[in-house]
Design a protein around this ligand. Structure first.
Ligand code: AKG
Length: 308
């Protein structure tokens, strides 16, 4: 997939290489299916004028808007991520913690827990967001300003999940979230909302500044001629430590991963994912959105979710 994606700069070029690959006897049907999904006709559900309207309402039409500072844009371009600082108040955070803890109990530990990480998929479009408590997770203008800087105005929400490192767990191998094609223009931007403070000890995310510019996925990288040990520390990696309520946002080409929570408390985080309007979503939003959530959303929120 990576080879085909990187074989051309345009989708037309990639389609031509994919057509050739499909004729091969050893073509991998899963790879073909995934690439075809990506390279099909534009997959935006709403006309692009809706997201243009939303960006205008949020003051984000102009790339040089004042929702982000020049220093933040520079740090994003240079390092591949930016910490936007605390954007949620303590009372919001306390309500969110209670909401997530209750949802984990309701969904059941078996369904939610994966190797010591409590997870709930699609949080912001589920009934748990009927009152809008989680709306800032996908709608905060500062977060959307970062997404807009990386992807342009034609962006959309593609998924969200709650991610809670349980005491003793949380370590992940170093990875990039766009598993193929980390060369060229990014297709995805991800945000991590700190529902609890991230410290050196409690499983803060590690990132390797600047790796979004390497064009190499860590799983395809060699160290002294041998495949990289994805579980080992990477030269130059830093932990993103920050106050509860902060949001850090990264280009999905950036190398990063969760670290072990060495405290006796939960490390709660909420992730939100964004892609280009015309590309496929990880979540089929119209299929999973709760009717009451949908009904209370206005035109700007619906444009970001790309649902009408
Ligand atoms: O929450 C974190 O610390 C990072 C999680 C992550 O990178 C992932 O689940 O892919």
């Amino acid at each position: 997939m990576t080879e085909i994606w990187n074989s051309a700069d345009s989708d037309a070029g990639r389609r031509a290489v994919l057509d050739e690959y499909k004729r091969r006897a050893d073509a991998d049907p899963r790879a073909v299916r995934l690439l075809e999904m990506f390279l099909r006709e534009p997959l935006n559900r709403l006309p692009l004028t809706e997201i243009e309207f939303a960006m205008d309402q949020l003051g984000l039409t102009d790339e040089h808007n004042d929702v982000l500072s020049d220093a933040e844009r520079e740090s994003l371009d240079r390092d591949g991520y930016v910490d936007l600082g605390p954007l949620l108040h303590e009372d919001q955070l306390q309500k969110m913690r209670e909401r997530y803890d209750a949802a984990i109990v309701e969904e059941g530990a078996d369904a939610a827990e994966k190797r010591g990480i409590g997870r709930i998929m699609d949080t912001v479009v589920k009934p748990m967001n009927r009152d809008g408590l989680l709306d800032p997770i996908f709608m905060h203008p500062r977060l959307l300003a970062v997404v807009r800087h990386v992807l342009g105005v034609h962006l959309k929400y593609i998924g969200s999940n709650y991610h809670c490192a349980i005491p003793g767990y949380g370590h992940q191998g170093i990875h990039a979230d766009f598993s193929w094609g980390v060369k060229g223009e990014p297709q995805v931007v991800n945000a991590v909302w700190l529902i609890d403070e991230f410290t050196e000890e409690n499983g803060a995310t590690r990132v390797v500044p600047g790796t979004h510019r390497l064009g190499i996925h860590p799983s395809g990288d060699l160290v002294n001629g041998a495949p990289r040990d994805l579980n080992a520390p990477v030269d130059g990696e830093v932990k993103v430590t920050a106050r509860a309520g902060s949001c850090f946002v990264y280009n999905a080409h950036l190398w990063h991963g969760g670290t072990q929570n060495c405290t006796s408390k939960l490390r709660r985080a909420q992730h939100a994912f964004f892609g280009r309007s015309t590309r496929p979503s990880s979540t089929d939003v119209p299929a999973v959105i709760d009717k009451q959530v949908f009904e209370r959303l206005g035109r700007v929120a619906r444009a970001i979710l790309d649902i009408g």
